[in-house]
Design a protein around this ligand. Structure first.
Ligand SMILES: Cc1cc2nc3c(=O)[nH]c(=O)nc-3n(C[C@H](O)[C@H](O)[C@H](O)COP(=O)(O)OP(=O)(O)OC[C@H]3O[C@@H](n4cnc5c(N)ncnc54)[C@H](O)[C@@H]3O)c2cc1C
Ligand code: FES
Length: 255
């Protein structure tokens, strides 16, 4: 079930270079949204909507939060909306992450603008979560304090070493692996990062859920623009990232 409507932006913040956080009042969406689902936003002057993950939600107050980076004309147009303006969106969409009831240690591995959908997982697991978050440089670092406020142990890495550890998330993730017996891993970010973490998860037999990005048309499963290849019951098949994902079990994705 999803809604298509215009909702009021109650808070707009620039949180890093070209990266914005919007809190949106949308009680019916906030009431049913799950971690890892996304919203499809209309950008003025553009036919296709832009998919953006739900970063956090507050059911009691009817709020959702999105965090997005300006990547092109569509996201630039969306970034021109101001506090008090109405944002036109279809939400909530897709299949989100699932949680392990008895997990003691979980890892959240995020890269760049793949970090936002992991925040509500950190909220769910609190101190059981180890977050390893990678960015290009210090001016792109986002949400580190938000993860820490939810109780997660946070490690930051940057490609150029301008904040946290120098390099990508893999060495820091391996450090987590050596110190904790992980019950589950959640990953979102660039494809090479997702692939590398999925391979390690497979070798160590740790369940791993990945959130994939594909270019989308309709966002609701009708146009087949967003397919990716998976293996289910020994058969290779194409599934729709917008409707069957964006979250998948890493074992079934054919990278
Ligand atoms: C499920 C999902 C969740 C996402 N969550 C976030 C998020 O939380 N924060 C965030 O900043 N970005 C997120 N993205 C990426 C975001 O959708 C793109 O950055 C955005 O669509 C770019 O639009 P544009 O017009 O600015 O760029 P342009 O490059 O001008 O876009 C041209 C077309 O390509 C599509 N497109 C371009 N890049 C992507 C991409 N990476 N993924 C999908 N479609 C793309 C656009 O939607 C548009 O139709 C997500 C993408 C998906 C699929
Ligand atoms: S975007 Fe249309 S089927 Fe996924």
């Amino acid at each position: 079930m999803y809604f298509c409507d215009k909702y009021r932006i109650v808070e707009k913040k620039a949180i890093a270079s070209d990266i914005y956080s919007y809190i949106i009042k949308c009680p019916e969406v906030a009431g049913i949204v799950q971690s890892g689902q996304f919203v499809n936003i209309s950008a003025s002057g553009h036919t296709l909507r832009r998919p953006i993950s739900v970063c956090d939600f507050d059911r009691e107050n009817g709020l959702i939060r999105i965090v997005f980076e300006i990547r092109g004309e569509g996201t630039r147009e969306i970034s021109r909306l101001r506090e008090g303006d109405y944002i036109d969106m279809i939400a909530p969409l897709g299949r989100g992450f699932s949680f392990l009831d008895d997990a003691k240690h979980v890892a959240l591995i995020g890269g760049g603008i793949g970090v936002p959908p992991l925040l509500s997982i950190a909220k769910h697991y609190g101190e059981k979560a180890q977050a390893v978050l990678g960015f290009k440089s210090f001016d792109k670092v986002i949400l580190a304090n938000d993860f820490a406020e939810y109780g997660a142990d946070v490690t930051i890495c940057t490609d150029d070493g301008s904040s946290g550890f120098k390099g990508n998330v893999l060495p820091c993730f391996e450090n987590v692996l050596n110190n904790e017996k992980l019950d589950i891993i959640y990953v979102c970010g660039p494809l090479p990062m997702i692939r590398a973490i999925s391979e390690i998860a497979e070798q160590k037999a740790i369940p791993c859920q990945v959130s994939l990005e594909e270019r989308m048309g309709c966002g609701v499963g009708a146009c087949i623009a967003c397919v990716c290849k998976v293996k289910r019951r020994d058969k290779e098949m194409f599934v729709r990232v917008c409707k069957d994902g964006p979250v998948f079990n890493s074992k079934e994705v054919i990278f």
